[in-house]
Design a protein around this ligand. Sequence first.
Ligand code: GDD
Ligand code: MG
Length: 346
Amino acid sequence: MIKALILAGGKGARLRPLALHIPKPIVPLANIPFLFFQIDRIKRAGITEIILSLSYQPRKITDIFGDGIKYGVTMRYTHEDLPRGTAGAFKAAENLIDDTSIVMNGDVLSDTDLLEVLEYHRSRKADATIVVARVMNPVGYGLVESDSDGRVLRFTEKPPEDEVTGDTVNAGIYILERSILERIPAEGAQSFERELFPAMVQDGARVYSYLTHGYWQDIGSPQKYLEATFGVISGRTKLPVYPQKACTPNHWEKQQVSIDSFSILDGKCVIKQGVAIENSVLGEGCRVEAGALIKDSVIWSGSRILPNARIERAIVGRQCHIGEGARLRPGTVLGDKSIVSDFSVI
Ligand code: GDD
Ligand code: MG
């Protein structure tokens, strides 16, 4: 049976301070723990056996998903005390997987049709199929170069800027045959991107790439996380926004409050007079006082925004306090429990 393995053991260092107290795979995206978007994608392909490969703060993740039954899947876990790298994590799940597996990075948001990728993989009789995406700036990704039939000619993880020759990058979604487990050492760390894939290409193994046409974005840094949020709330991702979307805050002073249709507010927010919210997400129990403006931003749960504060293109962690008249300028990222005093400009 085909199973899906989600690599969810990274530390999320580039998503600090957001991923300090919440592991990256479950940071809320549009108020939903991120992995739900991937679980949904996997279920749509008719796959219900999912393995989560964990290392960093595993309990916080297992507490949410448990055995998966509530979400219509069977969830199993592997755990590495010391991170074993992406390929090592796959090896650690050896006993749980069958012939062909879908393996995904735990931080990519996409509407790729996994069934179509599986079909492509089979038609090429591939050992490994790597989903690739076209991006404007390939720096910081794995560069994948292929021939006209999709056969991968070169895999280069994060090449220096002057060696970037193409624009198709590893989207962090793979179909892998069980046979490639033989190439991964039983102990210790190995990386798909830096070791296994380049070696397979070199050896003439059948490594293919599948170009995804739809939406693709990773959430690995605060700015990418914001982009992914806009992708979801605008509907561009064609991914479902879960029931939270339908919630309307219980406590609105409806006069002069303006909230556009893209914004998502948890039902337990309190919104006072004269507040304007545009293209933003507010988590559970946020309180926004009179005259504040929140635009193109994400505010996590329990934060309090005092009168006339202005927040633009910023991310505010949990239980923050944004003082009266304070201004958060584009690019601001505040970790949990930050305090911004009245009239400060960040
Ligand atoms: N279990 C486990 N163990 N998971 C891990 C480990 C590990 O040792 N190391 C990383 N992961 C998980 C991370 O949690 C993440 O979901 C995924 O593997 C990829 O690791 P990142 O640290 O996010 O890699 P990246 O963003 O620098 O690059 C990767 O993603 C790009 C696309 O977003 C690479 O796969 C690139 O080639 C790719 O272009
Ligand atoms: Mg990443």
